[in-house]
Design a protein around this ligand. Structure first.
Ligand SMILES: [Zn+2]
Length: 293
């Protein structure tokens, strides 16, 4: 890593010591929308915390709201102790008023500079990240490196109406050996910016892909089924977990369309995870290389 990386000098979370979790753990619990709990070795991350309940409205900026159609699978009080929160951008379906009120201020929020500025004013510790910047947690024995990667929420005039977005590549290493590489797309459209992520991070183990084909002001601002298939064609993750597809009225592209289209394109490793379900992520295989790539 170059000078664009920094280390957050933090003690291990209490839960790690308490449960003595194995360094081989790699699991994802789906909470709803793009909210997941990621367990990688002894680290625990939370992504895009959205804890509004069914019927409550999320603010999408510029006077736009959307009503939530689902309940989160767990409530904010039941979130385990966290090492960090990774946030793609500041929209109400990714960071809501329940999160603002209820999340512990102990874990830093890794997010875009724009979102970080706002979160700091709400009392959160933040690590503002521009594209390709990295944050490292842990030490030489066991580490997580999170890299911010580009996201494009919309093109043309819509781009100016929406906040900047980042994706993230999360790498878990034990004793310097890469154990798992996970790419969370964030709310992005597909396109050439994704090719650069693939070039810098070949052999992605798990792609967590924000879908939904979100329509705002007659524009599509997250990937629909067709875009999602193009995205996984560019990234070539070994396994794909779709998120952000069933929770709001503005999500227009059902995940079943994506599963069918992905199957047609020859992508078999799509796992639709139900809210509340915890899935073990397939271990990094020998073929994808276990060296410190
Ligand atoms: Zn969204």
């Amino acid at each position: 890593m170059g000078d664009r990386s920094r280390s957050l000098d933090r003690p291990p979370s209490a839960v790690r010591e308490a449960v003595g979790r194995s360094t081989t753990t790699a699991a994802l619990t789906f909470v709803g929308t793009a909210t997941t709990i990621l367990e990688l070795g002894s680290f625990t991350l939370l992504t895009d915390p959205n804890f509004l309940h069914r019927g409550q409205r999320a603010y999408l900026g510029k006077g736009l709201w959307s009503r939530r159609l689902t309940d989160p699978a767990i409530d904010i009080e039941d979130v385990p102790p966290l090492d960090a929160i990774v946030l793609s951008h500041l929209h109400g379906d990714h960071f809501d008023r329940v999160a603002r009120r209820g999340l512990s201020r102990d874990a830093p929020v890794l997010t875009t500079p724009a979102a970080a500025q706002r979160l700091r004013s709400w009392g959160f510790e933040t690590a503002p990240m521009s594209d390709w910047e990295q944050v490292e947690l842990g030490d030489a024995r066991e580490s997580l490196v999170i890299t911010a990667v580009p996201g494009i929420h919309a093109r043309g005039v819509m781009r100016t109406l929406l906040p900047p977005v980042m994706g993230s590549v999360i790498e878990h290493r034990v004793g310097g050996v890469l154990r798992h590489r996970l790419y969370v797309s964030g709310d992005t459209l597909t396109g050439r910016h994704v090719d650069e992520v693939h070039r810098r991070f070949p052999a992605i183990d798990t792609g967590v892909v924000h879908l939904g084909g979100t329509r705002v002001l007659f524009h599509t601002v997250t990937m629909d089924a067709e875009q999602g298939v193009d995205f996984i064609g560019r990234v070539q993750p070994r396994q794909v977990i779709p998120v952000h597809h069933a929770d709001y009225g503005v999500f227009r592209s059902p995940v079943t369309d994506f599963v069918v289209a992905a199957g047609r394109a020859g992508h078999r490793d799509v796992h639709v995870v139900k809210p509340g379900e915890r899935v073990d992520l397939e271990p990094r295989s020998a073929q994808s290389g276990t060296g410190p790539a």
